[in-house]
Design a protein around this ligand. Structure first.
Ligand code: CU
Length: 527
């Protein structure tokens, strides 16, 4: 091999790809982080439009716009797109941007695999989104894809299975990258117990992902072979058991819930100290609490199945195990409150979203406890109470933390400050409209309104009307976020200083020089 070939692509030479090639062939963690964030926001908008279509149909009783079959396709795709397309990739985007900088590494460990992890996602997203247009339409089995529905539906289901497989592969590769980066590439002196909490929460999340994504892959592969290859895993007539699908799915599904919230805990754990101008209270207890939540998440799955005819001993076990998770979660909430206690607090947008997170997410936590109690759960199973609960956790939890983190690190990412006016408007508009949308759903659920129904009797009309108005308001509020971010990205704000949040104690600002922007063709050597 000639020396010119060897030289080709060395950093410092003018071989950085430009234009679209910069993105398609991106190997540096910042560009890939940006790609993840843009992709996830696009999916958030698509999933959001589906949600607004649902809310439009539900504005009044009767069927106005969509057939029930199509309505079910909308609920299913809304869930799948939000979970696998919006929330999870957004956190991976944060991981890419932040982890190398926070631990003082030059880049992610496997730069090319990082590129592959990302570019699998648009393929899967496209496959999933376009399944609406095949004969039979998208799958209508619910985001949980329960058998025996999923074993009998049209080819939209096959596209969904393929898409979920691809997204799972992407997540597993992303997780391997994160674990190897954190364990091998920390700067000298950066011991594990000195890492910023975002890195800790992602390290634990990555292990969860590697443990459970293959379980989901197994479940949907069994559905696939039941559909096309004559097996009867979930077919009672052939000796199988449809309830077994639920066990396998929720062995993935419950840890998945924590995959979507632990990195949010990490983000909030860095923002609250910065704006309270105090160190995080109870750093090591935060690490242990996060690990405990992750471990416990493996032994609670059947709390989703209290109505499937479980023995009472089983119900009791899963009830108590689930309620146990409130202990480490409580540790976290009290640590955040103690961090704020007697701090010199200011309430810029990132802090507003973090405090909003703390307040509203904790409400979702409490309704989670209520759902965990077996005798109550049999009353509210598959009602809007559950819908309200998990939207408090995923929207006011995961999504609000993502907004908080975006405003917090945007100056670092773009070099410019966002408009504080737009940020605050976005926060208050989102917080109020979120509650207008989802708070009435508790009442709907307690009154017996089932989830995934296109129609309902008159008694539910008022709360549904309020929820629909709130949903459109919430949807429109996100355009403020879009404008704020684009303006900062275009350099239309104040220039950001090296320490945009003056007096911030977040470790990430104190680190030695961050990564060089382009590491094209030169993945850093592992220590
Ligand atoms: Cu669960």
């Amino acid at each position: 091999m000639s020396s010119t070939t060897l030289d080709h692509g060395h950093a410092g030479h003018d071989h950085h790809p430009h234009g679209w090639r910069r993105w398609l062939f991106a190997t540096n963690h910042k560009d890939i982080g940006t790609l993840y964030l843009i992709f996830s926001f696009v999916m958030l908008l698509i999933g959001g439009v589906l949600a607004l279509m649902l809310r439009t149909e539900l504005f009044q009783p009767g069927l106005q716009f969509f057939e029930p079959e199509f309505f079910n396709q909308l609920t299913t795709m809304h869930g799948l797109i939000m979970v696998f397309g919006a929330i999870m990739p957004a956190f991976v985007g944060f991981a890419n941007w932040l982890i190398p900088m926070q631990i003082g590494a030059g880049d992610m460990a496997f730069a090319r695999m990082n590129n592959f992890s990302f570019w699998l996602l648009p393929v899967a997203g496209l496959l999933l989104s376009t399944s609406f247009f095949v004969p039979g339409g998208a799958t209508a089995a619910g985001w949980t894809l329960y058998a025996p529905l999923s074993t009998q539906m049209g080819m939209g289901m096959d596209m969904t299975i393929f898409a979920v497989h691809i997204m799972g592969a992407s997540s597993i590769m992303g997780s391997i990258n994160i674990i190897v980066t954190i364990l091998n590439m920390r700067a000298p002196g950066m011991t594990l117990m000195k890492m910023p909490l975002f890195c800790w929460t992602w390290l634990i999340t990555a292990y969860l992902l590697i443990a459970v994504m293959p379980v989901l892959a197994g479940a949907i592969t069994m559905v696939l072979t039941d559909r096309h290859f004559g097996t009867s895993f979930f077919n009672a007539a052939g000796g199988g058991d449809p309830v077994m699908y639920q066990h396998i799915f929720w062995f993935f599904g419950h840890p998945e819930v924590y995959i979507m919230i632990l990195p949010a805990f990490g983000i909030v754990s860095e923002i609250i100290p910065a704006f309270a101008r105090k160190k995080l209270f109870g750093y090591s207890s935060m690490v242990y609490a996060t690990s405990s939540i992750a471990i416990l998440s493996f032994i609670v799955w059947a709390h989703h199945m209290f109505t499937t005819g479980m023995p009472v001993t089983g119900q009791l076990f899963f009830m108590y195990a689930t309620m146990l998770i409130a202990v480490p979660t409580g540790v976290k909430v009290f640590n955040w409150l103690a961090t704020m206690w007697r701090g010199s607090m200011t309430f810029e947008t990132p802090m507003l979203f973090s405090v909003g997170f703390l307040f509203v997410f904790t409400m979702g936590g409490f309704t989670g406890l209520i759902c965990a109690m077996a005798p109550i759960d049999v009353q509210i199973q598959d009602t809007y109470y559950v819908v309200a609960h998990f939207h408090y956790v995923l929207v006011a939890g995961s999504l609000f933390a993502l907004f908080a983190g975006t405003y917090y690190w945007l100056p670092k990412w773009t070099g410019f400050m966002y408009s504080e006016k737009l940020g605050k408007l976005h926060f208050w508009s989102s917080l109020i409209s979120f509650n207008v949308t989802f708070f009435p759903m508790h009442f709907l659920g307690l009154a017996g309104m089932p989830r995934r129904y296109a129609d309902y009797p008159m008694q539910f009309a008022d709360f549904h009307k309020i929820a629909t108005i709130g949903a459109f308001w919430f949807g429109l509020s996100q355009l403020i976020f879009l404008v704020a971010v684009i303006r900062a990205g275009q350099g239309k704000g104040e220039k950001a200083t090296a320490k945009p949040w003056d007096g911030a104690t977040g470790l990430e600002w104190e680190l030695p020089s961050p990564a060089p922007f382009h590491t094209w063709e030169t993945p850093p050597t592992v220590k």
